[in-house]
Each structure stands twice: as structure tokens, then as C-alpha cells.
Write a protein that binds this ligand. Structure first.
Ligand code: UD1
Ligand code: MG
Length: 453
């Protein structure tokens, strides 16, 4: 059975007071519409249709291949919005799921239940409802004595008796497609607002004498819609709690989830501890048994197992296993720290590979460099990789000892087992097992390398 979603996203979102279309405001690091599309993909079989209007170009550009868009212009209500999908969908789907793009907490499982309800319904509509103390302006659900739904009454037209109803229309529907396309054309124009309300399809079904079923949700939180920035933060907090609980249930320890900010796309292995005030962004993947934070910002970074990242910032980096980093270290794009690398305070690494066991304890900048295994980078070492026009590479072999405050003027190669004296300015390649000192540094004698332990 073909199930296709129509996601309504054409409204302006005036109350956001923003230049950005409402649908693109981020929740847990992803535009709110992304969350809706995730839920939709769990409950439908076909590519979704997104109805766009306000900010259509920006929203369409963001969606790319993930959805087909149809334009609603002008915006004449939720019923009119669904009508815009008719030509794209007529005859191509059995069921149509309709939901609103500003409810990112709605779960895929909930939409699945809704679809199941409709599959067992002899009538043409099933819809999501919730019972809540605070009606928040939602439409009221009027039930028939047999338990099926008779009508949805919008707040501003409800009688005092109807206003007391606490079962609310959430804004998630599943329709029999054949019935829907015809019914949309039968929706009367609302006399007050001149709009066509999708919710009026319920009364049409009642008139047709066919049943409308409801799926009663138990988690009110899922139904929070975003109309203002206050709602946006409310949803952000709820989404953060949900994401963090997911990780905790998968074996991640969090000392203080309320101050742990993890985007929806991040993966974390078991027995990793995420300490407070830590931000995990983007395509970050973290393995098992690590301690991340406190006070760390990790973006698009792959971290292996058993690493420590204390009060540090990383972006576009890779850490293998047993890396010990921070406090106050920074990895930029293309930084790769091998197994057992130690990177202490106030260091920066960019576009460089530090092989197994490299130590850079203090105050160094390493850029466009390869550093061989077990090499020691003394305090204050700088790869002078930029001549004002171009970046140049530095290659350092294994078991090298770079003395404190060495300036490595690239392009430069330093052979395995070499040493530089403190404060050396190295402008020429250094042969293996050679000690260089001075400014600029000259070779002074041949060394004997200790056998590896
Ligand atoms: C709607 C429901 C109400 C329900 C509430 C839940 C109707 C008539 N009422 O009211 O019963 O309790 O949601 O939040 O449906 N949109 C379009 N094109 C339009 C109009 C709206 O795409 O022409 C989109 C909006 O971008 C939004 C969604 O549809 O994502 C809902 O529209 P909105 O105006 O917020 O409806 P409500 O008044 O909240
Ligand atoms: Mg609304």
C-alpha cells in the first residue's frame, strides 16, 4: 500500500519576527522541517510532498532531493494547501498523511500508529488527538456517542460548551486518497477568514456517513508547535532532553544533561562520558570509553575509543584511540591525531597527521605537517607554513626531538632521529640523526639514536 506525506510549510511564521523562513529555524542543529521529514520517512513509503509558499526558494533549496515541493500562492488555508498536492499525487498513492512543518517533536512512531489506524478504518480519515489541560488555541475534537469523531471546531467559533473540551486536534491526519481529492473541492470557504480549512473535511465525512477515527496520543510534548521564539526554545529543550535520554539509554553517561548540547546527527558509543557544558555538533562520531569535556566544542569530528578531550575545540578532525587532549587545545580541519597522541594546553593543529605516540605538550602550532611516530614537539614549536602567499608542508620523521621554541620554516623535512636545539630557526632540511641548533640552524654533529623500547 502506497503511503505519501504532504507536509504543510507555506505559512509565513510572522510571529517568529525573522528574515529566515520559520521552517529553517534550527532545533538541535537541524532546520525544524528536517525533524518532521525524519518522522515522515518512518511512516510513509514514498517521497514526501512539501507545500511551500513563504520563503519558497530558500526552503526548496534546503530540501534538495529529499522532497518534492509544490507552491501554494496565495496561502488560503490548510485545506487549500493540501489541494496544491493533488496534481502531483492523484492516482499515485493510496493513503495521504498530512502534517504541519512546525511540529518537530512529533515522532515517527506516532505517525505510524496514525497510518495503522487509517488502514483499519472503513472511513476516509484518521487523525491525531491529545488530551491536554492547556488548549493552546487548538481545534476541539467533538466525538459522537459511538466514539468516532464528528467535527473539529476551531477555537474562535467554538461555543462555551465546546471550549471546555480538552481533547484537541494535533494537526496530523491520514486520509484515503481517493476520497480526499474530491472532498478538498467540497470544503466551504470559511466566511470569517476566507480560507479553506482542512479540518472541515471531518464534517464532510460525517455528512457522507463514513467514520472518522482518532489516534489518541499520550505524550503532549510531541504536539508542541512553534509559532514564536519562545516556543522554539521550549522545543529545543524538549528535543535536547529526548536526544540525551536516547544516548543515556544506549550506554552514554552524562553528568548534567541540561548543560550537554548534542545535535540530532551525532553518534556516541557506550561507556563514553560526556561532561557538562559540552557541545557535539554536525557529523561527529564518538566511539566507546571516552571522556569528552567538560567545556568542549566538537564539530564534524571522528573520535575513536578511550580518548580524553578536556576543555578543547575541534572541527573536521580525526582522533584515533587513547588520544589525550587539552585543556585548551584546538584541532582544525584535517587534523588527525594517531593512537596515544598527547596534545596539551594551547596547541593548534590543522591539516596535519600526528602519528602514534607524538607528544606536543604546550603552546605549539602545527599546520600542513606530517609528524612521525613518537616524535616530541617541544613547547612553543611553530611550523612556519605560510610565506604570505602559499602554504608549505613540513615533514618530520619518527623519534625526532624538536627543542622548545623551534621555528620550522616550511617547506622542510626533518629526518628520523634528528634533534633541534631550543630556539632553533630551521630553514633547511635536516638529515636523519642530526642535531641542529641556532638561528638559522646549522648542522653541528651526527647523533646516535637510542634503540626503540
Ligand atoms: C491548525 C488546525 C487546528 C489545530 C492546529 C494545531 C486548521 C484549520 N486548524 O490551526 O485545528 O489544532 O493547527 O497546531 O487546520 N499552512 C500552509 N498554508 C496555508 C495555511 C497554513 O501551508 O495556507 C501551514 C502552516 O505553515 C503551518 C500549518 O499549515 O505549518 C498550520 O497552519 P496554522 O495557520 O498554524 O494553523 P492553526 O491555526 O495553528
Ligand atoms: Mg499553528
Amino acid at each position: 500500500m502506497k503511503v505519501t506525506a504532504v507536509l504543510l510549510a507555506a505559512g509565513q511564521g510572522t510571529r517568529m519576527k525573522s528574515n529566515l523562513p520559520k521552517m529553517l529555524h534550527a532545533v538541535a542543529g537541524k532546520p525544524m522541517i528536517w525533524h518532521s521529514l525524519q518522522a515522515i520517512s518512518q511512516s510513509t513509503t514514498e517521497k514526501p510532498i512539501v507545500v511551500v509558499g513563504y520563503g519558497a526558494d530558500e526552503v526548496t533549496k534546503y530540501l534538495g532531493d529529499s522532497a518534492q515541493t509544490v507552491l501554494q500562492e496565495p496561502q488560503l488555508g490548510t485545506g487549500h494547501a493540501v489541494m496544491q498536492a493533488e496534481s502531483a499525487l492523484k492516482g499515485k498513492t493510496d493513503l495521504v498523511v498530512v502534517c504541519y512543518g512546525d511540529m518537530p517533536l512529533l515522532r515517527g512512531e506516532t505517525l505510524q500508529k496514525l497510518v495503522e489506524t487509517q488502514k483499519n478504518n472503513t472511513g476516509p480519515i484518521s487523525l491525531l488527538t491529545v488530551v491536554a489541560d492547556d488548549p493552546r488555541g487548538f481545534g476541539r475534537i467533538i466525538r459522537k456517542p459511538d466514539g468516532t469523531v464528528e467535527a473539529i471546531v476551531e477555537e474562535y467559533v467554538a461555543t462555551p460548551e465546546q471550549l471546555k473540551v480538552r481533547e484537541l486536534n494535533v494537526g496530523g491526519y491520514c486520509f484515503d486518497a481517493n476520497w480526499l481529492w474530491d472532498a478538498l473541492h467540497r470544503i466551504p470557504k470559511n466566511p470569517r477568514k476566507g480560507e479553506y480549512y482542512l479540518t472541515d473535511t471531518v464534517e464532510l465525512a460525517t455528512k457522507d456517513g463514513v467514520p472518522v477515527q482518532a489516534t489518541l496520543m499520550d505524550d503532549v510534548e510531541e504536539t508542541i508547535g512553534i509559532n514564536t521564539r519562545v516556543h522554539l526554545t521550549e522545543v529545543e529543550t524538549a528535543m535536547r532532553r529526548r536526544i540525551n535520554e536516547g544516548h543515556m539509554l544506549n550506554g552514554v553517561t552524562m553528568i548534567d544533561p541540561a548543560s550537554t548540547y548534542i545535535e540530532a546527527s551525532v553518534k556516541i558509543g557506550k561507556d563514553t562520558v560526556v561532561m557538562p557544558n559540552t557541545y557535539l555538533h554536525g557529523k561527529t562520531e564518538i566511539g566507546e570509553g571516552n571522556v569528552i569535556g567538560p567545556n568542549s566544542i566538537i564539530r564534524d569530528t571522528k573520535i575513536g575509543n578511550f580518548c580524553k578531550v578536556l576543555a578543547s575545540v575541534t572541527e573536521g578532525a580525526v582522533l584515533d584511540d587513547y588520544v589525550d587532549m587539552g585543556p585548551f587545545a584546538r584541532l582544525r580541519k584535517g587534523a588527525h591525531l594517531g593512537n596515544h597522541v598527547h596534545m596539551g594546553n594551547f596547541g593548534e593543529v590543522k591539516d596535519s597527521h600526528l602519528f602514534e605516540g607524538v607528544k606536543m605538550g604546550h603552546f605549539s602550532y602545527i599546520g600542513n605537517a606530517q609528524i612521525g611516530a613518537n616524535t616530541n614537539i617541544g613547547a612553543g614549536t611553530i611550523t612556519c607554513n605560510y610565506d604570505g602567499e602559499k602554504k608549505h608542508p613540513t615533514e618530520i620523521g619518527e623519534d625526532v626531538f624538536i627543542g622548545s621554541d623551534t621555528m620550522l620554516v616550511a617547506p622542510l623535512k626533518i629526518g628520523a632521529g634528528a634533534r633541534t636545539g631550543a630556539g632553533a630557526v630551521v630553514t633547511k632540511n635536516v638529515a636523519e640523526d642530526t642535531l641542529v641548533v641556532g638561528v638559522p640552524a646549522r648542522a653541528i654533529r651526527k647523533l646516535e639514536r637510542k634503540a626503540k623500547k
